[in-house]
Design a protein around this ligand. Structure first.
Ligand SMILES: Cc1cc2nc3c(=O)[nH]c(=O)nc-3n(C[C@H](O)[C@H](O)[C@H](O)COP(=O)(O)OP(=O)(O)OC[C@H]3O[C@@H](n4cnc5c(N)ncnc54)[C@H](O)[C@@H]3O)c2cc1C
Length: 387
């Protein structure tokens, strides 16, 4: 029996929720997304999308819109507190890395959903879920479907009410995120094409071109560094910390957000006919730029796992098989993203030695980029490998 009559309801209209919705609808499901905010709204500035995430965008028909006019980097570079290059890793041409605006990515995913017949309902706050495929709303209403999916972010009500959570930890480090207007002479010609991560003590400045018009800046520091994490941004302090980039820092405007990172872990990704994914199930610090990639690829994998099931009764088994297949890689990525974050707390000279040694070791580099190099379930490259 085809899945054309099956109904899915999704809590959360973020990156993962929309990717999941599009992938399910493209496989014949009748899908409704419930989003708490009064419109689909991206939180944050730019976003890195590695090869794995780009393949998912291609598979669900959102790639062209998501990356139009966006920046494709050639090198990922780390610099020390004296602006000396620690490591400048070329990005191989078969492992694309593209940076785009979050709002552009979200709009591309929304449009892929709408083209696939997904219904998106905003101002719909989910307060709980049951294993019977039910979502409960703040209004007191309950909606039941063959499948419910919680993609409702790090504070997921779906995860909490299903009793799946084993860990929700917030990191000591956080980030101020903003976008500034790009000027042609912002980055010296020799550094064109680079993403540049600058370290000084426990402060970090990540410079990310997004397109010709804008550059995404992430200024990271521990939560106890109150001067550094202040909003409005203490530009003098940050310019003193990274004097080579004072010309960018002075252009920071009022549109800045601060947030620490979350790590979430669960005993299982589903209970009955209700699943969770994305930050709700496997949030990670942004050190590898993969949280959104993992959310999208796991949403597509979920849809693939449910393709061709005989009836709604088969959903719990299919969800278990999905978790079995996908969990190891996603937890690997989460672990290495957490490990990378540990270098923040090393003295400058030790950090330089550790980064140099780690990236020169092919095994370590393989672990760090394993997720980026992976062909996600449901993508063309994966099909070519399996055939
Ligand atoms: C500083 C920082 C930088 C990052 N950089 C990158 C990067 O470069 N690349 C990358 O891949 N990832 C990055 N990430 C991670 C990435 O942002 C997340 O992993 C990704 O957004 C997860 O998608 P999601 O759909 O699971 O959750 P979210 O994007 O958080 O979406 C959840 C959605 O659910 C809605 N919602 C929440 N509660 C409810 C409710 N009760 N009812 C209904 N709706 C609800 C929210 O409003 C939201 O729209 C970064 C994260 C941070 C903090």
């Amino acid at each position: 029996m085809a899945t054309s009559k099956l109904k899915a309801i999704i809590a959360g209209g973020g990156i993962g929720g929309l990717a999941t919705a599009a992938a399910l609808a493209q496989r014949g499901w009748n899908v409704t997304v419930y989003e708490r905010q009064n419109e689909l709204r991206a939180n944050g500035s730019g976003i890195y999308i590695w090869e794995n995430g780009l393949r998912v965008l291609e598979a669900i028909g959102a790639y062209d819109d998501a990356v139009r006019d966006s920046f494709r980097g050639t090198h990922f570079e780390q610099r020390d507190n004296a602006n000396q290059i620690i490591e400048s890793a070329p990005i191989p041409s078969d492992r694309r890395l593209i940076t785009t605006h979050r709002k552009q990515l979200l709009a591309a995913l929304r449009d892929a959903c709408l083209r696939s017949g997904v219904t998106i309902q905003t101002s719909a706050e989910v307060v709980g879920a049951t294993p019977r495929g039910e979502l409960q709303f703040a209004t007191g209403e309950t909606v039941r479907a063959d499948l419910a999916v919680g993609v409702d972010g790090v504070w997921s009500k779906v995860r909490q009410t299903l009793g799946l959570e084993t860990l929700h930890e917030q990191t000591v480090e956080g980030a101020l995120r903003t976008t500034i207007a790009a000027h042609p002479d912002d980055i010296p010609a020799k550094d064109a094409g680079k993403y540049i991560e600058n370290w000084n003590g426990m402060r970090r400045l990540l410079i990310t071109p997004v397109n010709r018009e804008s550059t995404y800046l992430a200024l990271t520091c521990p939560v106890h560094d109150v001067e550094a994490r202040a909003i409005p941004v203490n530009k003098q302090l940050w310019a003193e910390t990274f004097p080579e980039w004072a010309h960018l820092i002075e252009r920071i405007g009022a549109d800045v957000s601060w947030g620490v990172y979350s790590v979430t872990k669960c005993r299982a990704w589903s209970s009955g006919r209700t699943a969770i994914l994305g930050d709700a199930a496997h949030a990670q610090p942004p050190n590898l730029g993969q949280g959104g990639g993992m959310a999208m690829q796991n949403g597509l994998a979920l849809a693939c796992a449910l393709e061709g099931i005989g009836s709604a009764r088969d959903i719990p088994d299919a969800l278990e098989a999905w978790e079995q297949r996908e969990r190891e890689l996603i937890e690997h990525c989460q672990k290495w993203s957490c490990l990378y974050g540990e270098v923040t707390f090393l003295p400058d000279s030790v950090r330089t030695t550790v980064i140099k040694a780690a990236m020169a070791d092919p095994w370590v580099a393989g672990q760090v980029f394993r997720a980026a190099n992976h062909s996600p379930t449901g993508t063309l490259a994966e099909a070519a490998v399996t055939i």
